[in-house]
Design a binder for this molecule. Structure first.
Ligand code: NBG
Length: 794
């Protein structure tokens, strides 16, 4: 592409009136992003036209968060221009690494839930599948995390500060969203009941669209984010306070929900997202179709976790109030269009809203929820009895129960791993499962190999390409082919070299950023990266490090040196999680500076965990810690990313770990701990009894309060109390012994490199089945009924 350089230079000139050599990395990045956007614009237009002209059914993935990660490299890869562009950039004297690093990471999500949404969009585009994203354009993402004296400090993540090169503002597609005020129904001149509103606060929802580029297939789908603004009615003047009230709706991801105002804001965000999204879908549909009765033939709306569940009453509102349909007609359409994924088993995460809050914030929606509730009771009570029905109505205990609303208003409900779906059916949603068994299905999560192998791990990608002829990039199950090398010493050596290279690169970054030197030659890189939450049990891992430290201090060297790598953000109001962060940082401080320890043991807590940080760490991991208490982690997805990069999973039988274990076989994973059944049968658990009977464990746990780790007087005591006085809610002590044994097994296995890399090889080989291309194909086939390209296998 000889013209690239010319066009690029022109772009820099037009944008900044500079020569390339005088531009900075951010300008270079922006110019390249805009060049790529120009490059795919015709594909975006053609994709849109194809969907519209051919009346292709489209699905809309509604989610309160997404986690797209940087898009420059993905878009270059997907457009097939990586080599041309990087060579040309180099020839112009530019440093591509710096250009890539200049792209801000959109902090629009918390963790796995948001990342999954973005992986699905990527995979759908790769399969030429008509899936659109629908979310909120938060001005500030989740906070930027740093540590001061070992404590988490949160700073605003002003990711839009320099604009966002990928998005296009579409004010001409804006819609009005109404909050508050009073609503009542009155007959109009035709005898129809129509709603009247007074004293509402109206908010303008303005969409920003970003293209989602398919993998070398000329498909570009649309990812739409909504921003809240004041309506542009020239007849109305607004006060500064009104302006602030409107702007704050999309100002920040996940407002602090420890107080009423924060929760109210979150509720407004949820309605804002669904109202704008559903209105624009209906409006678009109306342009191309006459009757709304067959909407489900061309539209599917997916409710990702309960946050967008008000899409159901909002759709009912539009169909009845604006399209004058009867309840029954509207309900038939709504339930055929809507589907819902549940992403959690934690009862505290199952969203509920106080009824009066909903009634005041979105009065018409509340009326409709009341009617859904009334009809559900009327229909189901004679069949299932009042007890069962009362337990699963949308309204109950003075709250709106979002998960129940979502199930009742959808035609499909899925969990995100086999075990998770089983537990939904048996436990969390058992009453609704009894009523609607056919709605329930499983869709185990997946990951996109494009980002987690092709972009994050070029060395492994190169090796796989050599052995597999590159087809695996289109057909993820073909990765299975490397299994035939599991006993090939030459290949295993090459695999070891790849891992070594990645470890060296990570060690260099850790040295530069955290000022800690770690040993990539001999040490096991033992990685736990995910949100900080008690159920994920970072504490179990931390106690084990204390154990290792005490062992070294007692004069027994470790059989293999270890580098323990953590990365995790704690929710700002989650006090206990922040104490765990402080604990781990202080363990790091102690261990890393103790001359008696040397290179045997290092602890690194990488700040500000996000997609880019994950891309650095995952390719270099030897061990993948997936150690949640069984029955708590719905699926997990970092477990899949790490296995695909040849890490050995150290796991409890929880979430998708179980399916990973099934895929690789018990010889290629290290499992430990209680099963779900054991946990639920363990009703007389006494952490104190376990503590009292185990001298070794006592010494480890006492280190929290006996000064072994300095500077944790308060945190150490609180954590100690959580384990003993409050009976260890997540069974850390119950699983401890079994965890230590599993860790010993890891050390033994690691000392036999041929065995270890053979295991790694099998893990890589079996990771193809966890490709999100396959997952999204199943959503498309079973739930949304979309057309798509083949992925190789179903
Ligand atoms: C999370 C689960 C994870 C799961 C992701 C994606 C929420 C509410 N749920 O186990 O905790 O992998 O969703 O499904 O964030």
């Amino acid at each position: 592409m000889p013209e690239f350089k010319e066009q690029y230079k022109n772009m820099i000139l037009r944008l900044y009136a500079e020569d390339v050599k005088d531009s900075d990395a951010h300008q270079q990045y922006t110019a390249l992003a805009l060049w790529l956007r120009d490059y795919y614009a015709p594909f975006l237009k053609a994709t849109r036209q194809h969907y519209e002209n051919d009346r292709v059914k489209e699905a809309y993935y509604f989610a309160i968060e997404f986690l797209p990660g940087r898009m420059l490299e993905t878009n270059m890869l997907n457009l097939g221009v990586t080599d041309v562009v990087t060579t040309a950039m180099m020839q112009m004297g530019l440093d591509m690494d710096k250009v890539v690093d200049a792209e801000p990471n959109p902090g629009l999500g918390n963790g796995g839930l948001g990342r999954l949404g973005s992986e699905f969009l990527d995979s759908a585009a790769a399969l030429h599948m008509p899936l659109n994203g629908n979310g909120i354009r938060y001005q500030y993402g989740l906070f930027r995390q740093s540590f001061v004296n070992g404590y988490q400090v949160e700073m605003p993540d002003d990711w839009l500060r320099n604009g966002n090169a990928w998005e296009v503002r579409k004010e001409n597609r804006a819609c009005l969203v109404r909050f508050g005020g009073n609503t009542w129904l009155a007959e109009d001149a035709f005898g129809r009941l129509v709603p009247h509103y007074e004293n509402t606060t109206d908010v303008l929802a303005v969409p920003y669209d970003t293209g989602v580029v398919g993998y070398q297939n000329q498909t570009v789908n649309t990812f739409r984010l909504w921003s809240a603004e004041l309506p542009t009615d020239p007849a109305v003047t607004y006060t500064l306070q009104q302006k602030e009230e409107v702007n704050e709706i999309t100002e920040i991801l996940y407002p602090d929900d420890s107080n009423y105002e924060g929760r109210l804001l979150r509720l407004k965000q949820e309605y804002f997202l669904v109202s704008a999204g559903v209105q624009s879908i209906v409006r678009h549909y109306r342009k191309h179709h006459r009757s709304l009765n067959h909407m489900d033939a061309t539209v599917a709306i997916h409710i990702n976790d309960t946050h967008p569940a008000m899409a159901i009453p909002e759709m009912m509102r539009i169909l009845m109030d604006e399209e004058f349909m009867s309840w029954d007609q509207a309900w038939a359409i709504t339930t055929k269009v809507m589907s819902y994924t549940n992403h959690t088993l934690l009862s505290e995460s199952l969203e509920t809203w106080p009824q009066d809050m909903v009634a005041q914030t979105v009065p018409r929606i509340y009326q409709i929820i009341q009617e859904i509730d009334r009809r559900f009771r009327e229909l189901q009570t004679p069949v299932y009895g009042a007890d069962r029905v009362n337990r699963c109505t949308p309204l109950g205990d003075g709250t709106v129960r979002m998960a129940y609303l979502a199930v009742i208003g959808s035609h499909s409900v899925n969990g995100v791993a086999k075990l998770h779906t089983e537990l939904l059916e048996k436990d969390v949603l058992k009453d609704l499962y009894r009523i609607y068994p056919a709605r329930f299905n499983n869709k185990t999560n997946g990951i996109t190999m494009r980002r987690w192998l092709q972009i994050a791990n070029p060395a492994l990608t190169h090796l796989l390409n050599e052995k597999l002829n590159g087809d695996w990039c289109h057909r993820p199950l073909d990765i299975m082919g490397v299994q035939s090398f599991a006993k090939d010493p030459t290949f295993l050596k090459e695999l070891q070299e790849v891992k070594h290279k990645n470890k060296v690169a990570l060690a260099k970054k850790i040295r530069a950023r955290e000022n800690i030197s770690v040993d990539p030659e001999h040490a096991i890189f033992d990685v736990q990266i995910k949100r900080l939450h008690a159920y994920k049990r970072q504490l179990l891992h931390a106690l084990f490090i204390i154990d290792e430290y005490q062992q070294i201090k007692a004069g027994q060297p470790l059989s293999v040196p270890r580098v323990h790598i953590f990365s995790a953000k704690a929710a700002p109001s989650y006090y206990y999680a922040k104490e765990i962060i402080k604990l781990i940082n202080e363990i790091a401080n102690t261990v890393n500076h103790d001359p008696a320890v040397g290179d045997q043991l290092k602890v690194v807590f990488v700040p500000n965990y996000g997609v880019s940080e994950a891309e650095d760490m995952i390719p270099a991991a030897d061990v993948s810690e997936q150690i949640s208490l069984a029955g708590k982690e719905a699926s997990g997805t970092s477990n899949m990313k790490l296995m695909a990069n040849g890490a050995i999973t150290l796991a409890t039988m929880d979430g998708a770990n179980i399916e990973i274990a099934d895929a690789v076989g018990e010889d290629n994973i290290v499992t430990f701990g209680m099963t779900v059944d054991e946990v639920s049968a363990y009703t007389n658990y006494s952490s104190q009894a376990i503590f009292d009977s185990d001298k070794h464990l006592q010494k480890v746990v006492n280190a929290l309060i006996d000064g072994t780790i300095p500077n944790i007087t308060r945190e150490g005591r609180d954590i100690y109390n959580s384990l003993l006085q409050y009976n260890d809610e997540y069974f850390v002590l119950a699983d401890y012994e079994s965890y230590v044994k599993a860790q010993d097994k890891i050390s033994t296995l690691y000392q036999d490199p041929e065995k270890w890399y053979s295991m790694a090889c099998i893990n890589i080989a079996k990771s193809g089945q966890f490709s999100s291309d396959l997952t999204i194909a199943r959503y498309g086939d079973d739930i949304w009924h979309l057309t798509r390209d083949q992925v190789g296998v179903n």
